[in-house]
Design a protein around this ligand. Structure first.
Ligand code: HEM
Length: 131
């Protein structure tokens, strides 16, 4: 059925896919996200998504979401942005973040799709030094 196909898509996706509720609490996560950030999938659930980012984002992210709820101004939703993620071992990496919004049971949720840019960035740097 449809649900099985959706699950297979989520499980096999190359990019990390994370959903959060309106307060930033993680409700679903796929295997690619677990691989990218270095935590087991269960470790994400129920945590605030800000545990995946370094400062200053870490302290500011609840405010970013609250600001969106109160003003409706979209800084990333439907636009995307290159930001910095933080792995379990404390190392940071460049990532492209796409965010979309959906409603479930009358409440707002968000989906984040994260594409790891670290190999692209190091290739770019290698090219620059080769010139
Ligand atoms: C907004 C950073 C992950 C959901 C933002 C903004 C930044 C940011 C810089 C915009 C602040 C502004 O200019 O006002 C990050 C970083 C992440 C991350 C560094 C690294 C892991 C996520 C994920 C989701 C998410 C995975 C969703 C599952 C949102 C939402 C907003 C937001 C809903 C407010 C709406 C908007 O600005 O369009 N985040 N974010 N973020 N982020 Fe994140």
């Amino acid at each position: 059925g449809q649900a099985r196909k959706l699950r297979a898509m989520l499980e096999s996706a190359v990019d990390a896919i994370i959903t959060i509720d309106g307060k930033g609490i993680i409700t679903t996560v796929n295997p690619a996200a677990a691989r990218l950030f270095g935590y087991p999938q269960e470790a994400f659930l129920g945590k605030n998504v800000h545990f995946l980012m370094p400062e200053p984002y870490h302290s500011a992210h609840d405010g970013y979401i609250a600001n969106y709820h109160s003003t409706g101004a979209r800084k990333i939703i439907g636009i995307g942005r290159e930001v910095t993620g933080r792995r379990q071992d404390g190392s940071t990496f460049p990532m492209h973040l796409a965010v979309s919004e959906f409603e479930m049971d009358g409440r707002v949720h968000f989906t984040g799709i994260i594409h790891d840019l670290s190999s692209q960035k190091s290739a770019e740097q290698a090219l620059r030094h080769a010139n």
